[in-house]
Design a protein around this ligand. Sequence first.
Ligand code: NAD
Length: 301
Amino acid sequence: MKIGFIGLGNMGAPMAHNLLKAGHAVNVFDLNAQAVQALVDAGAKAAASPQAAVTDVECVITMLPAAAHVRSVLTADDGIFAGIARGVTIIDSSTIDPVSVKAFAELAQQHGNSFVDAPVSGGTGGAAAGTLTFMVGGSASAFEQVKPVLAAMGKNIVHCGDTGTGQVAKICNNLVLGITMAGVAEAMSLGEALGIDAKVLGGIINTSTGRCWSSDTYNPMPGVIETAPSTRGYTGGFGTDLMLKDLGLATDAAKAARQPVYLGALAQQLYQTMSSKGAGRLDFSAVIKLYRQDGKDGGAS
Ligand code: NAD
């Protein structure tokens, strides 16, 4: 297939690499010239604008930071709508709010295109390994159409329902994740203060009812899980500022739905505190720094 791919960041670059590996022809665009060059070196074709990237393609994928970026890439004078042929499907894999998704889908329909939300989970490791989970919102026929393309980048491709429901799934998952990480950080720090060995406590939790991804894969206490960002100085994972963005999406959506999110709102404030202390780029498990006592890697940055 000939695919236009826009947004070659931590996630988009490895995803575009996997499309090339699967034999697709990929036109790429990003504001970052280095990111574009790395993909060109791997066989992609550089485009001078989103418009140029999507001319003459069968499918378009966007992987951008937030809704404002998606809107501008779609609607700018040299944006996607200026170049895309009628009938071509646009897949947005960015994590954004469901209301924006619906607005973009309507705009796409006016241009004769379908728009599918397909946010991902699995992190940068999953993007590189091609094992992402895609949560897809759109019609059944649009889902069948995009499934083979997404299969080159992910392992679980799930149809969540109508337009926007992929983002609903993503936001709800990350609401759980933000809360469980804070909970594990709180418990591991309490254990440390009370004098139990962190590995022993981690091992107990991970074979007991407190077990969760935040404890058994991404444990925030350094040294408990060797492959976790906490053991490499909270680098190379899922940034605190991105978690903060996702909890903002959850609390905004909850407000619109008149639905309480007590713990989500509290977790949001914890990551906000991290961010305001200058730790926004650290992995979100660094939230444990808010709990650990002085002299034990305390302080937020
Ligand atoms: P990133 O900041 O690393 O990459 C974003 C890329 O978009 C950058 O290369 C940037 O130059 C480019 N960009 C921004 N504005 C642009 C524009 N107008 N035109 C063209 N390119 C533009 O972000 P990321 O980590 O790749 O995340 C992308 C999305 O995926 C976000 O919505 C994020 O929440 C979501 N996500 C990230 C992870 C993760 O672990 N990093 C996991 C799941 C989902």
